[in-house]
Write a protein that binds this ligand. Structure first.
Ligand SMILES: CC(C)(COP(=O)(O)OP(=O)(O)OC[C@H]1O[C@@H](n2cnc3c(N)ncnc32)[C@H](O)[C@@H]1OP(=O)(O)O)[C@@H](O)C(=O)NCCC(=O)NCCS
Length: 217
């Protein structure tokens, strides 16, 4: 049985995570830390917001062993990494969240702190990096590499052997063709169909996707 688990961030993504964790045997969220101090004392699906992120370094002494990053917004990828690293240096261990309905190949490799949300599919020999998110009903096909802290939004499809580099974001319903590489911190817009590589920090939009000159911050 694990010690206590804290969720870092108490917004909409955290709600989904709480419900996912409740489908996993022996795992339950015990408390939340938030950036927004006006939310302290409130609850999210019955889990209390105990304080702000500056409490993180005291949690180990308070009986917490594990953490989940509960921040999910598109521009939050760098922040998710900062929170993750801060939690690890506070002595906490990242928990991998996997909804009971996620289909994960026995030959896939899922690194610590990844999040596999309801109905997602991770196929043969795919790799999901540390802190990566495969959101509701997203499909990650065989041999794909999803880099650390990358985010695959609901209903997106990443076809065989594609690479989603660390920190990249694939928007809802987008399709990334087989073998394509989406570069570090790049963004694929919702509904885009990506047939060619996207450079680091680039923004790919439309069907077929074209690269917008202005990178998303
Ligand atoms: C790509 C995205 C991040 C752009 O957001 P933004 O930085 O605010 O950019 P803007 O809305 O100013 O759009 C920039 C340009 O891309 C176009 N564009 C944006 N999103 C688009 C989309 N999904 N499909 C087609 N064109 C799109 C805009 O029309 C605009 O075109 P213009 O420069 O010719 O005027 C956003 O539209 C998007 O798709 N987000 C993903 C949402 C999502 O999947 N969320 C999942 C949460 S779990």
């Amino acid at each position: 049985m694990q010690g206590k688990c804290v969720i870092l961030g108490g917004g909409g993504h955290a709600k989904v995570l709480i419900e996912c964790m409740r489908t996993q045997d022996g795992i339950q969220p015990d408390g939340i830390l938030e950036q927004d101090e006006t939310l302290v004392g409130k609850t999210v699906l019955g889990v209390k917001i105990m304080g702000c992120d500056d409490m993180l370094e005291d949690l180990k002494e308070a009986g917490y062993d594990t953490f989940v990053v509960g921040v999910g917004q598109i521009r939050a990828t760098p922040f998710r990494k900062v929170l993750f690293d801060k939690a690890v240096s506070s002595g906490l261990t990242p928990l991998t969240v996997r909804h009971g309905s996620a289909i994960v190949s026995p030959t896939a490799l899922v690194e610590d702190g990844a999040q596999l949300l309801p109905g997602c599919i991770v196929n043969a020999q795919a790799r999901i990096g540390r802190g990566g998110v495969i959101n509701t009903h997203a499909v990650v096909e065989h041999d794909c590499e999803i880099g650390e802290f990358a985010f695959v939004a609901p209903n997106a499809t990443v076809l065989g052997a594609a690479i989603i580099a660390p920190g990249a974001f694939v928007g809802a319903g987008a399709v990334v063709f087989q073998g394509v590489r989406v570069g570090e911190n790049a963004v694929v817009a919702a509904g885009a169909v990506v047939r060619h590589d996207i450079p680091a920090g680039g923004l790919a939009v439309g069907v077929p996707a074209t690269i917008k000159s202005r990178p998303v911050e």
